[in-house]
Design a protein around this ligand. Structure first.
Ligand code: GLU
Length: 453
């Protein structure tokens, strides 16, 4: 990194203290941009980089609600409206106790580039709360969502900012949030995506992130004349992304041997087949139970609980061809990355956002494996959100085949952009540079056109 970019990073750290994930996300992009800034000096003079790392607006608010015991509970709500150069702010809401402003700024920053890569007109944003839906009743979740939306509704709109789901926010939460928005705004409109099918949702939206990640992995393998057929795959997580990653892998002949949640992971040598996957979906989406129950239902599978303070995650230490981290940020540390490479992994396709620490990314790039960073590999989710917005604007719904065809086409386009851009900038096969530079140029050019705003 040149002196100017080192100074920029020092400044980012000084101005945004205690936001290490945001620093990490910015540094990864800045690392890729040196060549672009040399070729396009106008980006420097117009301070595009300095502007793109500063959110256009951050909203922070109190979310009071009453639990089932009648006690008053207080959470913190956020919406980071990062960049609207190419469209309305777009990005999910995360409800998880780990949510802080720094986490949401990293996610919103990544979202800007990811959304640009989809080729659809969406800016970047992210929001959420430190509310933990785990163990809460439906009534408590509903009251929380209503209180959250009572403040958020004045800041969002179908042409302003369109939130969606992320960790802890699925169909149930989007329903409660939409109901309250409609009541307050007196307007039935596409202000959220991930809606139910009979009230404005899109077919394939639930499947889209996992399905898109697998399409992206297949594209990467195709560059080496290979396919997913017969490949052994490590998948982490057991939520929306992991479930549909596993489903699509089964469609394409892959063998999924792991799944996890925050308490531990299962290893199933025989593979998670369709019947076992249906059990996981019922367990996680309806009973809201723990993945440990998988090993009780299928005793041939081994369950390993999370070990606090461990230097590596054993999930990533099994022989496999492909890894699909689909849980959360920084779930693959440097040692995990080394273990994956040593165990023969050829493909890492990130369904989660920034699941690999910076040192781990280096390990993958140095090993020359096919490494698809989240902002490219998992863009299928927000891409189908963009298609949901398009269908809402038309007051029309496309068939399952139509949405899937468009999703597949978008994932192929994102892959092609990554390949073309990484070639053009002299780092062939480096999808990190391809995604960062490809997304950046589209947003930067729009910002140039729109003046100093
Ligand atoms: N939360 C998802 C993501 O990280 C989807 C966002 C959306 O659909 O707006 O991209």
């Amino acid at each position: 990194m040149n002196d100017r970019l080192v100074r920029l990073m020092d400044d980012v750290k000084a101005r945004n203290p205690a936001q290490p994930e945001f620093h990490q996300a910015v540094e990864e992009v800045v690392d890729s941009l040196e060549l672009v800034l040399d070729r396009r000096p106008e980006y420097r003079s117009q301070r595009i980089l300095e502007r793109i790392i500063e959110p256009e607006r951050v909203i922070l608010f109190r979310v009071p609600w009453v639990d089932d015991q009648g006690d008053v509970r207080i959470n913190r709500g956020f919406r980071v409206e990062m960049n609207s150069a190419i469209g309305p702010y777009k990005g999910g809401l995360r409800f998880h106790p780990s949510v802080t402003l720094g986490i949401l700024k990293f996610l919103a920053f990544e979202q800007v580039f990811k959304n640009a890569l989809t080729t659809l007109p969406m800016g970047g944003g992210k929001g959420g709360s430190d509310f933990d839906p785990k163990g809460k009743s439906d009534g408590e979740v509903m009251r929380f969502c209503q209180s959250f939306m009572t403040e958020l509704y004045r800041h969002i709109g179908p042409n302003t900012d369109v939130p969606a789901g992320d960790i802890g926010v699925g169909g149930r939460e989007i329903g409660y949030l939409f109901g309250q928005y409609k009541r307050l705004a007196n307007e039935f409109t596409g202000v959220l995506t991930g809606k139910g099918l009979n009230w404005g949702g899109s077919l394939i939206r639930p499947e889209a992130t996992g399905c898109g990640t697998v399409y992206f992995a297949a594209e990467m393998l195709a560059t080496r004349g290979d396919t997913l057929d017969g490949k052994t795959c490590l998948v982490s997580g057991s939520g929306n992304v992991a479930q549909f990653t596993a489903e699509k892998l089964l469609d394409l002949g892959g063998r999924v041997v792991t799944l996890s949640d925050s308490s531990g992971y299962i290893y199933d040598e025989a593979g998670v087949d369709r019947e076992k996957l249906a059990f996981v979906m019922e367990l996680k989406n309806h009973r809201r139970g723990r993945i440990e129950e998988y090993a009780q239902e299928y005793p041939d599978a081994a369950y390993t609980p999370v070990e606090d303070g461990a230097d590596h995650n054993p999930l990533w230490n099994h022989a496999a061809d492909c890894a699909f981290p689909s849980a959360t940020q920084n779930e693959i540390n440097e040692q995990d990355a080394r273990n994956l490479v040593a165990n023969g992994v050829q493909v890492v396709a990130e369904g989660a956002n920034m699941p690999t620490v910076a040192g781990g990314v280096e390990v993958f790039l140095d090993a020359g494996i096919l490494y698809g960073p989240g902002k490219a590999a998992n863009a299928g989710g927000v891409a189908v959100s963009g298609l949901e917005m398009a269908q809402n604007s038309m007051r029309f719904s496309w068939s399952r085949e139509e949405v899937d065809r468009r999703l597949h086409g978008i994932m192929k386009d994102i892959h092609a952009t990554c390949v073309a851009v990484s070639d053009e900038f002299g780092t062939p096969g480096n999808y990190v540079n391809g995604a960062n530079i490809g997304g950046f140029i589209k947003v930067a050019d729009a910002m140039m056109d729109q003046g100093i705003v």
